[in-house]
Design a protein around this ligand. Structure first.
Ligand SMILES: [Zn+2]
Ligand SMILES: [Zn+2]
Length: 250
C-alpha cells in the first residue's frame, strides 16, 4: 500500500514516505515468511509470523498538490536559484582562465561544469515557462538571448505564476526539480545560507566582495556601502553591460 495519493509530494512528508517504504518492504518479507511457514507440516510449525503494522507517521495532505509550507519552500528555492546562478556566473567572470577556488579551500568547481549546469538549468526553467504559457493560452515566451538576463526574466515570470502553477497536478515534477536544483547549485557554489554574498562588482573598487549586512545595506570589503535600491540598480546595470559584451563577443 503506497502513501496516501493526496499526500503533499514535498519535503514535509519525507519521514512518512520513508515509513511507508519500510512498511512495503516488511510486507513483501511477511508474504515470503507466510509461504515458508505454510510449507512446514502442521505440528512442526512455529508461531505464525506476525504481519507488519502500517506506519502511524502523520501525513500532510496536499492543498490540493502541495501543502502551504512546501509551496513556500519551493517559492524561496526558485528565487534563490537565480541568485545562486548569478553568483556562480560571476565567479567565472571574475576568474576567467583560472580554476574557481572556493572559499576556505573548498574544492574548485571547473568552469565547464558551471557553464553546462547553468545552461541545463535555463533549459529546465524555460521548458516549464513554455508549457505553462501553452496550458494557459498565454502569448509565447519573448525571444531573449541566453544569459543572466533571460534566466532572471524567466524566474521572475515563474514566480509571478507560481501560486497557480503549484495548484496544477503537473507541478509535482517541477516543484521537486526546483528543490533538486537548489541543492545542486548550493553544492556548486558552497553557498552558506547565512552568507549574503552579492554577485555584483563593487562600483568603487570593482572587486566582487560585496555582501548584504544584517541591517539590509550592502557593503564591500573596501568599505563602500549601498542601499538595497542602489545595489539592485547596479546589479541590473552590470547585467546589461555583461549581456552587451556577450553579444559583441558572439
Ligand atoms: Zn508539503
Ligand atoms: Zn569595493
Amino acid at each position: 500500500m503506497p502513501i496516501n495519493p493526496d499526500a503533499c509530494p514535498g519535503p514535509c512528508n519525507h519521514r512518512a514516505r520513508q515509513a511507508w517504504n519500510t512498511y512495503d518492504t516488511a510486507q513483501t518479507q511477511h508474504t515470503a515468511d507466510m509461504a515458508a511457514w505454510l510449507d512446514i507440516p502442521g505440528d512442526d510449525r512455529p508461531a505464525r509470523p506476525a504481519p507488519p503494522q502500517p506506519p502511524t507517521t502523520p501525513v500532510t495532505p496536499g492543498a490540493p498538490v502541495w501543502d502551504h509550507r512546501c509551496a513556500r519552500v519551493i517559492r524561496e528555492a526558485l528565487a534563490e536559484l537565480d541568485d545562486t546562478a548569478a553568483i556562480l556566473a560571476a565567479s567565472i567572470d571574475g576568474h576567467r582562465g583560472a580554476a574557481m577556488a572556493g572559499p576556505n579551500g573548498v574544492k574548485p568547481v571547473d568552469h565547464k561544469t558551471i557553464v553546462e549546469s547553468l545552461d541545463e538549468l535555463f533549459g529546465d526553467l524555460v521548458e516549464v515557462e513554455d508549457q505553462w504559457r501553452q496550458a494557459r493560452g498565454y502569448r509565447p515566451r519573448p525571444r531573449r538571448a541566453r544569459g543572466a538576463h533571460a534566466r532572471a526574466a524567466c524566474v521572475s515570470w515563474l514566480l509571478d505564476q507560481l501560486d497557480d502553477l503549484l495548484l496544477h497536478p503537473g507541478s509535482v515534477e517541477f516543484g521537486l526539480s526546483v528543490l533538486r536544483w537548489q541543492r545542486r547549485l548550493r553544492a556548486m557554489a558552497k553557498v552558506d545560507p547565512a552568507s549574503r554574498r552579492s554577485p555584483i562588482a563593487c562600483p568603487r573598487c570593482r572587486e566582487r566582495q560585496v555582501s548584504r549586512r544584517e541591517d539590509g545595506y550592502f557593503e564591500c570589503v573596501c568599505g563602500r556601502l549601498l542601499t538595497q535600491g542602489e545595489h539592485d540598480r547596479e546589479y541590473a546595470r552590470q547585467a546589461d553591460e555583461h549581456e552587451q559584451q556577450e553579444a559583441r563577443a558572439s
